[in-house]
Design a protein around this ligand. Structure first.
Ligand code: 3H9
Length: 675
């Protein structure tokens, strides 16, 4: 097998080049090759300096995550980096693309770093439930200081080459197109310079104030996760006066604790799940996506506006259609305001805002959609109205245009049947707020053409979404599972469990909100029959008293002016009165029982969805829940979570609740298999 590492001589400089597509991950062959090449450079007296760079789209993007959990082959990354740093001649890292994780650690082990302006440098291990375990937590603060090291390790977001240069992480920002030559020139400049700067030989002052401020500002974001605190603790260790070797020993111990834990397993699983979701089963190999240069959106309400923003941000022109001028103006006004708010926070320049708004064409005429390559309908949920609209679009849209519906539960096949081109019809279910939530459920109709599906799936990435394919079934993957939570929650209310207790169990589990907080946000009156004298459920009883949720300042909870919820005595009384009428006995539930009662039926529904082929794979279901509903990523989505609970335990729990167990779930539990 040829090594992914090769070397070149440029005068006295040895250039070590990695070519390990797609992202130059530091797998065993790369580590062995690097190890040998650096040893060669050190041993060769005619070499005065060494450059390490990568071919392809990026500098090393980190350790090879697929190797984690398997026995280690070849030299460890930490050893290779230590050996690099110990070299008695300068070693220069030449960075382009993304120097991430282990890649950043390789660069920190080098004595100097040069980077192109577009390069990004970061340690995203925390997003995999880990920490930079090849000396990164000890070298980074020694070069960049505690405050930046804490921010970079505990949040995991990369920084730009310019920011890195300010922080001393990059010694020179070089030409975008001349990295190889500029790095060699730099290496020649520093070849004779002594002492050689080694990060491990530096010390760093503690900065407890910076750490406190960081924890205060980011505490909410990090809630529930183990890895951020471990990253911070390692950086603290580096600045505690402990020796470098002590710091490394501490880092290793913390790394191993995280690596063997469930959270990191879940987060690493999700890294691949998200990428796997983009792959569509059963597509002919020669399927080519259709070009999308112009998009039409019908409906300028919250959904239509949010959907449009995604495309405008990606530089794709959008024609947005409404039925009345006032609604159109309101919709475009909201888009502008959202962008201006982001600009005020420094996310965009005013120029960029104008650029995006310049791509938006508001209109009252559907005929203006004739030139669009993709038209997304985002009007209210009514089958007849949607069918009528699609029949009109059929006449207006150019041949080959994709006609998409943003429906969250209606039958795409029925909508497609209203056109003469059902093969061009597909579901694109965005989640609210559509410019923020990352999930896109792509609904594959019975007749959806392969290239239509491929186009929409490929479009997800440029518009910043994670797309998952769903078959046609009521509620698709996400809402179909969500609907299973309502009945057991209601049963618990009827047995005297307070709504806030049910919600707390879910938020303690890591969900962003509970059943009743969500209900108050959406509106308790949604689907209500509007007859205050007809009280057949707790919802009816609340709606009859005007407790419609956040919009009326009261629902399951009471709300203050800042929309902060507090448990409501009135709600309590309404529930008690309703329970008393039905003669329901009170029942005690432990927190674990509440959780199992709410989540096992969802897992059960997930198993049905999988068995029916409505989801391509269990990890797609997990991706839906992480990106569409805020399921805590450190628990890996409902199907992964069920594996960690034990499928036999889930089956037993469902039986105890009197829920019919999905055949696939039972088969897997009996066979000792996992999802
Ligand atoms: C680490 O370094 C631990 C250390 O501290 C050492 C401890 C001892 N490994 O994302 P893309 C695959 S932890 C294996 O679609 P992009 C990916 O699955 C690591 N495979 O491209 C995909 O495969 P496929 C710290 C990897 O351009 C393909 O490459 N580093 C790895 O949108 C293309 O990926 C990170 O966490 C990997 N490390 O984004 C960085 N990375 O084609 C993780 C990618 O079969 N990587 N693949 O689906 C990323 O953030 C993005 O991939 C990157 C490129 C920004 C680099």
């Amino acid at each position: 097998m040829t090594s992914p590492i090769r070397t070149e001589r440029h005068g006295d400089v040895l250039v070590i080049i990695s070519d390990n597509p797609p992202v130059n991950a530091l797998g065993a062959a790369v580590r062995s090759g690097l190890d040998a090449a650096i040893r060669q450079g050190v041993a060769d007296a005619s070499v005065t300096a060494i450059v390490i760079r990568c071919d392809g789209r990026t500098f090393f993007a980190g350790a090879d995550i697929t190797e984690f959990g398997k026995p280690m082959q070849g030299p460890g990354l930490g050893e290779v980096i230590d050996m690099t740093e110990a070299a008695d001649k300068p070693v220069v890292a030449a960075i382009h693309g993304t120097a991430l994780g282990g890649g950043c650690e390789v660069a920190l082990g080098c004595h100097y770093r040069v980077a192109v302006p577009s390069a990004k440098i970061g340690v995203p291990e925390v997003k995999l439930g880990l920490l930079p375990g090849a000396g990164g937590t000890q070298r980074l603060p020694r070069i960049a200081g505690v405050a930046l090291a804490v921010q970079m390790t505990a949040l995991g977001d990369p920084i730009s080459a310019t920011r890195a240069a300010e922080a001393g992480l990059v010694d020179r920002v070089v030409g975008e197109d001349s990295l190889a030559a500029d790095a060699i020139a730099f290496a020649k400049e520093v070849a004779a310079k002594r002492p050689i700067p080694r990060a491990s030989e530096r010390s760093v002052q503690p900065d407890p104030e910076a750490i406190e401020a960081f924890k205060k500002a980011q505490g909410r974001k990090m809630r529930g996760f183990d890895a951020p605190a471990a990253n911070i603790a390692c950086v603290e260790k580096a600045s505690s006066g402990a020796s470098f070797a002590e710091g490394i020993a501490y880092e290793r111990q913390e790394f191993m604790t995280l690596m063997t834990g469930t959270q990191s397993a879940a987060q690493r699983y999700m890294f691949f799940a998200e990428r796997q979701a983009a792959k569509i089963n059963g597509l002919p190999a020669d399927t080519r996506p259709r070009p999308i240069r112009k998009v039409g959106v019908i409906g300028a309400g919250t959904m239509g506006g949010g959907i449009s923003m995604n495309f405008l941000q990606a530089g794709i022109p959008v024609t947005i259609v409404e039925t009345a001028q006032e609604a159109l103006d309101r919709g475009t006004g909201v888009i502008r305001k959202n962008y201006e708010n982001s600009a005020a926070k420094g996310r965009y320049t005013a120029e960029k805002v104008e650029g995006m708004m310049g791509l938006l064409t508001p209109t009252l005429s559907l005929d203006d959609l004739a030139g669009c390559d993709l038209i997304i309908e985002a009007i209210y949920e009514n089958m007849d109205v949607k069918k009528e609209l699609f029949a009109k679009l059929d006449k207006i849209a150019k041949p080959g245009a994709i006609l998409a519906s943003n429906t969250s539960y209606l039958n795409i096949d029925e909508i497609a049947a209203a056109t003469s081109r059902p093969e061009d019809v597909v579901g694109m279910h965005f989640f609210s707020p559509a410019n923020v939530m990352k999930l896109l459920e792509v609904v594959r109709g019975a007749k959806t053409a392969p290239d239509v599906l491929a186009t929409v799936m490929a479009l997800a990435k440029p518009i910043g979404k994670v797309a998952v394919v769903s078959g046609v079934c009521p509620g698709f993957i996400g809402n179909r599972m969500l609907s299973q939570r309502g009945a057991p929650a209601n049963q618990m209310l009827m047995e005297g469990v307070a709504p806030e207790r049910i919600d707390k169990v879910l938020t303690d589990f890591g969900m962003p909100m509970g059943v009743y907080q969500m209900s108050d946000l959406a509106g308790v009156d949604i689907g209500w029959h509007r007859d205050p004298t007809r009280i057949e459920s707790i919802r009816d009883a609340l709606a009859a008293k005007g407790r419609w949720g956040q919009k009326t300042g009261k629902g399951f909870y009471d709300y203050d002016e800042k929309r902060q919820p507090t448990p409501s005595p009135e709600t309590r009384a309404i529930i008690d009165e309703f329970r008393a009428k039905g003669g329901h006995a009170a029942k005690d539930y432990s927190d674990d029982e509440i959780l199992a009662g709410l989540l096992y039926p969802m897992v059960n529904e997930g198993a049905k969805i999988l068995d029916e082929g409505m989801a391509q794979r269990a990890s797609d279901i997990d991706t839906v829940w992480i990106y569409g509903y805020g399921w805590p990523v450190y628990r890996g989505g409902p199907m992964f979570w069920a594996n960690t609970v034990g499928l036999d335990k889930v089956v037993a729990g469902l039986e105890a609740q009197g829920v019919a167990v999905a055949p696939l779930l039972r088969r897997k539990a009996e066979a000792g298999e996992l999802f």
